[in-house]
Every structure is written in C-alpha cells, then in structure tokens.
Design a protein around this ligand. Structure first.
Ligand code: FAD
Length: 482
C-alpha cells in the first residue's frame, strides 16, 4: 500500500501519530508539504513566522533524507495540490494530523471529500493538542467556556488516559518505505514573497528538544516567579515550536513531569504544574476557536463592545506610535520593539501592551490582533485571538472590563531595574533606575546627564494613563447603560 503523509503544523518525526500510522500501515510513504499560496499572499503571517516554518521544514527534509525519504513540496491551493499529488503518485491512503482552525477544518473537509470520491482512504489523527474539543465537555456534553472548569476536566482526562508519546517510527528506517522520488530544494523566503529573517528562536525538531531540555533543567523550577520577569530567561520560548509542531505537547508535558519523578533537589511541583497549566490554556483557546468560530470576527461575548475612538488622524497617530514603540511608556515601547526586532514578545509584556492599546488608547483589539499575527514568530490564530479577547475583556474571562493595567506600575513590578527596557530602548540605557519607568519626569539637567532628552531622544507619554483610564471606564459604563 502507498501512503501520502501530508505534513502541516506537525514538522517533526517523534510522537507523530499520522507519520507513525503511515509507516506502520504502508509499504511506501511519500512525505508532502504544500505551501498555501492564497494564505501566503494574504500576508496574514509575517516574515518571522514564515522563516521559522522554512527553517523547520529544512530540518525535517534533512531528517527524512537521512532515512531515505525525500520530502516533496508543492505550492498553490492546498486542496488542489494534495488531491493532485495523491493522483500523480497513485496513493492508496492519505494521512494527516487534524487542525482545529475553522478555515483548516473547511480545507480538510474539501480534501477528504475529493479523495474519497476518487476512492482513496483518508486517515486523520489527533496530534496538535493532548485532548480535542470533544474530549473535554461539561456534564451535559456542552463545550466549557471557563478555563478553570476546562482545566479540571483536562486533568481528569489526563489521569484516566495517561497519554504516552510515540517514538520516531522504526519502520521509517526501512528501505521499503522509500519510493525513489527525487528531492528538490525548498523555496527561499524571498521566493515565497517574504523578507529573509534569522529566527531569534532556532527552528526545527532538534532545537525544540534542546530548548525543552534546557528549560526542564533550569528555568522550569523557578517558573512561578521567573515567567513574569521579561528581563531574564524565565519561560521556555517553545511557543513557535508548539505552533509548528516541531515538538508535541504530550512529549513536552511528559518531559516536565519526568523532572518531578527524578526527584532532583530544587525540583518544584507547583512550578511544573503551573507550566503545564499554560499548555492547557493553549488547548483551551484551541477549543474555544473550534467550538465558537464567531470569535474570529467578533467578541466571544457578543454583548460586549469596548469603547473605541473614532477613525481618523488621531487614532492612526496613536496606533502608529504603539506599533513603533514610541508611546512614552517604557515597558510598552520595549515590548513593541522586541516584537519588531525579534518576532517574539514576553507574555507579561504582551498583556501590558494589549491592555494599553485597548484601554488607554481605545483602539479596537482586532487591530492589535492583526498586528501581532503579522509580526509574531509564534503567530497562532487560536492563542492570539483568545489572549487578545482576554486582554480586551470581551473573551471567556469572567472579569468584565475593569482590568486595566497601569503600564508604569507593571514596569516597576516586573522589570524593577529596567533590564528589559534598557535592552530594547537604547535611548533609555543610561537613565537612572529611579527614573526608568517615568523618564519624562526627569529634570532637564537629569535628561542631559542620562543623554536622553524627552521629546527628542525618547517621546513624552502620548496619553496620560490616569485620564485615559477614567475615560475608558466612563465610556464603558455609558455603553452598558441603555
Ligand atoms: C495579546 C497576546 C497575544 C498572544 N498571541 C499568541 C500567539 O499568537 N501564539 C502563541 O503561541 N501564544 C500567544 N500568546 C500567549 C503567550 O504570550 C505565549 O504563548 C508565550 O509568551 C510564549 O512564551 P513561552 O513559549 O516562553 O511560554 P511558556 O511560559 O514557556 O509556556 C509554555 C507554552 O504554553 C503556551 N502558552 C503560554 N501562555 C499561553 C497563553 N496565555 N495562551 C495560550 N497558550 C499559552 C505556549 O504554547 C507556550 O509555549 C499571546 C498572549 C497575549 C497576551
């Protein structure tokens, strides 16, 4: 039997359910990747994300090559290309791992329908999450809308099912798998219409494992405090790897739990479980997107509409300042500059900049959501949408719009010495720690001494937070009162 293995957001060999099944069930396996031209042309994702994907694909191609399989790739509309590839290579079965984004669900339905019409077998697998939306339900079978309930159910399922990770398929090493198809070099980012960008987090399956090992040996055991400090290596930075499936969430969770079983000194149970909770958040948002696809185009809670300023020059000026990291709030500016320079931003800072955009600047959260998608290495529809809605208080969170981060206090609390700010806003590098979160309060002589003239080297605050907060609350209240 000949199998076509369609790689998508699962660019790895280990714990790869579709690949394992293909290698076990077929005499010949053809690995395929399709560059989705319409999606690439839409520029929904940016150069950082595309270059990370390409780097991961290159490593996958090398790993397959070492086992005698040439990764085939095509470019175009995925529905047409997969069907054509299956026909050209006379496949009997087509394998893939499932995706839960509404447009991916639609795409996969179309491919499946066409392949089955041609008499081919389609085999799909759970992979991208530990538990699929239908695995985690409330007592009457309803999808869960609160994270706390979802989390409790998730852990109950984990205890019952005790998930395991699959090894790299042994059958992959057998020469009978290869079909002798030639390999051709993958396209460059430029050929796909994107600038080349050296990913700040190294792509590929081997790097994912290296990063996971580094994290489990160190930062994991201080995660509770470390994860909130943007100036240190406190979190795993595995998000682009989970996004492109260069490592599976099962393998990562099992590795984290293993550090507890090893019982090393300094191993902290609460820290390990807190980290796994973040991966449960990831699955929660996948589930929300799959079950409530209206979140793509509007608020999860349809009745909520945060107040937004009128379109026009002022709104555009403020949005531009936010994008460029020129708001005059150092922690916001450091975050936005980190994003532009590296394609990544620390989670605490993502929350601060999102709150600032929606609540201080009163700009619609969808503009921020789109900007993040176009710049993040880990750009993921479900995680990005779920988090933006959380920050805009339109999402699943019970809190009704009154969580407004004070960017200055957040900066003082989580970057007290300004380590992170100084790294990404060089104009503030010599500002004394006492002024680092409010440089505009420096006297002229202090500005001269710090070589940071407000309004010249670094902007004054574009809004007054206290006033902006009051305005937001007043306008929110007005909106809610009929
Ligand atoms: C406004 C906003 C937009 C975001 N957009 C994205 C996005 O497009 N893609 C993305 O992967 N994450 C997004 N996040 C979530 C979070 O910021 C990143 O997942 C996290 O910063 C990644 O860093 P890490 O890998 O070091 O995480 P760790 O702290 O090591 O956590 C481990 C993993 O858990 C998952 N995770 C952690 N926090 C969250 C969360 N709040 N929601 C969902 N999953 C989480 C990630 O896969 C992460 O790699 C966003 C958060 C905010 C506030």
């Amino acid at each position: 039997m000949r199998g076509l293995m369609w790689f998508r957001r699962d660019l790895r060999l280990a714990d790869q359910p579709a690949l394992s099944a293909a290698c076990t069930e077929c005499d010949q396996v053809i690995p395929l990747f399709v560059f989705d031209d319409p999606l690439l042309q839409s520029k929904e994702f940016g150069a950082a994300c595309v270059n990370f994907m390409l780097g991961s694909l290159r490593e996958l191609a090398t790993s397959l090559e070492a086992r005698g399989l040439a990764l085939q790739w095509r470019r175009g509309d995925p529905v047409e290309e997969v069907v054509r590839a299956a026909r050209d290579w006379k496949a009997d079965v087509v394998y893939w791992n499932r995706d839960y984004e509404p447009r991916a669900i639609l795409r996969d339905q179309l491919v499946q329908r066409e392949l089955e019409r041609m008499g081919l077998i389609v085999r799909t697998f759970k992979d991208h999450v530990v538990f699929e939306p239908q695995d985690i339900r409330g007592v009457s079978g309803e999808p869960l809308q609160r994270y706390s309930a979802y989390r409790a159910r998730w852990w109950a399922q984990w205890s019952t099912h005790k998930p395991r990770a699959l090894p790299v398929p042994a059958a992959l090493r057998s020469s009978k798998q290869a079909m002798g198809l030639p390999s051709s070099p993958l396209p460059s980012a430029e050929e796909l219409g994107y600038a080349s960008f050296d990913p700040w987090i190294e792509p590929g399956e081997q790097q994912a494992w290296k990063r996971l090992r580094w994290f489990c040996e160190g930062p994991l055991h201080r995660y509770g405090t470390g994860r909130n400090i943007p100036g240190i290596e406190g979190s795993s930075k595995l998000s682009p790897h989970f996004r492109f499936g260069t490592i599976s969430p099962r393998a990562a969770i099992l590795a984290a739990l293993k550090t507890l079983r090893k019982g090393r000194a300094g191993v902290s149970r609460p820290d390990v479980f807190l980290w796994i909770d973040e991966l449960i958040w990831r699955e929660f948002f996948q589930q929300i997107l799959a079950e409530f696809p209206h979140v793509i185009s509007g608020p999860f809670r349809r009745e909520v509409a945060p107040p937004v300023r009128e379109p026009g020059h002022e709104r555009d000026r403020l949005f531009q300042a936010w994008c460029e990291g020129k708001t005059g709030y150092p922690i916001v500016d450091a975050g936005m500059r980190q994003l532009r320079q590296t394609g990544w931003m620390h989670n605490r800072v993502r929350m601060i900049v999102a709150s600032f955009l929606v609540k201080d600047l009163r700009i619609d959260w969808q503009s921020g959501e789109r900007y993040f998608m176009a710049h993040l290495l880990d750009a993921d529809v479900a995680a990005n949408n779920g988090n933006w809605q959380w920050c805009a208080s339109t999402g699943t969170d019970a809190m009704k719009g009154y969580r407004i981060f004070n960017p200055t206090l957040q900066g003082k609390k989580f970057d007290p010495d300004g380590l992170y700010i100084r790294r990404y806003v060089p104009a503030l590098a010599s500002v004394p720690t006492a002024n680092i979160h409010e440089p505009h309060l420096m006297a002229l002589s202090e500005q001269e001494e710090a070589r940071c003239r407000i309004g010249v080297d670094y902007p004054a605050p574009i809004v007054d937070h206290r006033q902006a907060r009051e305005d937001y609350l007043r306008l929110s209240t007005q909106k809610r009162t009929p």
